[in-house]
Design a protein around this ligand. Structure first.
Ligand SMILES: [Zn+2]
Length: 377
């Protein structure tokens, strides 16, 4: 662990990631890794080559979808990446079924954005509305666990919902809006365990007051079954788009669908925004904007100077913060005093609790099957 504060000279990641490593030039492992990913397949292909690869993928998907109502599943959150993915999939001639998980925290704007997109594209939407009492209890359990993984339950529910729908309609392809241009940097200590049902289950068992009976989940064995036996494949289609530029995409969505941008990344969920702009910086000293902006620096879509300026921007006034805390506490049925007590619990991480990664038998298995990595997001 680094003892003195240091910030990367190429991106804006710093020693608030306890595992960051710098080389002799003062460049960190995150941007070095991100640049390597941006220079690897399929991002390193020329436009024509990318178009051809994309065409091949589309044909493959269409072939598996013959005589079926849908040939692929696309998750939509209301955010720019997933909205553009759905548009692109339709434009390429595919027949998607859109899937959305409503965890009770959608911002008004995200609901409007999803509606506009779905109706103009004439796509069917399958919405999973999480059981609020159960989900609220799970969210409180994660707050009590004192890890920064507060959004893991939502992320996991979305993954599980995508596989559930793919399996139900016998669809072989899940098209994901994740991409290496805007999301190549991930910091395990800041957020971990998206695919880890064992982790979620154990947190709920230790801190929860309810059994999770309706929560969409995906055990490791279920992933194995769906991926290996049923052959369900996830494709990150945006990696095949030439010059995927965040600013241009946002403008395009606005013009084409009347889609409106959010004040911050992940502004489509009130809780995600609250976690990223308040809980993580205040309790853990983690500012995920550093990660998002560093991604864009590596992709050449923002300068380091502008990113540093953006980092200085205040996200809310004291009054807005107070309102936000009251809103979240009301919704979670806790007092602000109880919330304050949770904020000062000793900090923990994913690695302090049982998970698939810490399971001894699975550790051995993983060593045997090193090439198979279902736990990647
Ligand atoms: Zn860096």
């Amino acid at each position: 662990m680094s003892e003195k504060y240091q910030v990367c000279k190429r991106c804006i990641m710093d020693t608030t990631d306890p595992d960051i490593v710098f080389d002799e030039n003062g460049y960190c492992n995150h941007c070095t890794g991100a640049i390597a990913k941006l220079n690897s397949y399929p991002l390193n292909l020329h436009k024509g080559e990318k178009d051809r690869e994309l065409e091949k993928i589309v044909k493959k998907i269409q072939k598996t979808g013959i005589k079926k109502k849908y040939d692929c599943v696309v998750g939509v959150s209301g955010g720019a990446d997933s909205s553009y993915t759905l548009y692109l999939v339709k434009k390429l001639g595919l027949r998607p079924l859109a899937v959305h998980v409503d965890n009770g925290w959608n911002s008004e704007l995200s609901v409007i954005n999803i509606e506009k997109l779905i109706s103009k594209l004439e796509v069917d939407l399958h919405t999973f509305v999480l059981d609020w009492d159960e989900f609220k209890d799970l969210q409180l359990s994660f707050l009590k666990s004192s890890t920064p993984d507060l959004e893991i339950p939502t992320d996991h529910a979305l993954i599980a919902a995508l596989y559930y729908v793919a399996s139900k309609y016998n669809i072989k392809y899940i098209i994901s809006g994740h991409n290496l241009i805007t999301e190549s940097i991930a910091v395990p200590k800041w957020s971990h365990g998206h695919y880890d049902w064992r982790y979620i289950k154990n947190i709920q068992k230790k801190f929860g007051t309810k059994k999770l009976k309706k929560f969409p989940n995906l055990s490791l064995f279920k992933i194995l079954y769906e991926q290996v036996l049923r052959g369900i494949t996830m494709i990150r289609i945006l990696n095949y788009v030439s010059d995927y530029d965040k600013k241009e995409i946002v403008e395009f969505l606005g013009k084409e669908f009347g889609w409106k941008n959010y004040p911050t990344k992940h502004g489509e969920s009130v809780y995600t925004y609250f976690i990223q702009s308040y809980i993580l910086p205040k309790k853990f000293n983690y500012d995920k904007r550093k990660m998002h902006l560093s991604n864009l620096i590596c992709a050449g879509q923002i300068t380091r100077e502008d990113a540093l300026k953006k980092l200085q921007e205040n996200l809310f006034t004291d009054n807005e913060l107070k309102e936000m805390i009251n809103y979240v506490c009301d919704k979670l049925d806790i007092t602000t005093k109880e919330f304050d007590a949770l904020m000062i619990l000793p900090n923990k991480s994913y690695y302090d609790y049982p998970s698939y990664e810490t399971h001894i038998f699975l550790k051995v298995l993983r060593n045997i099957f090193k090439k198979w990595k279902p736990m990647q997001t």
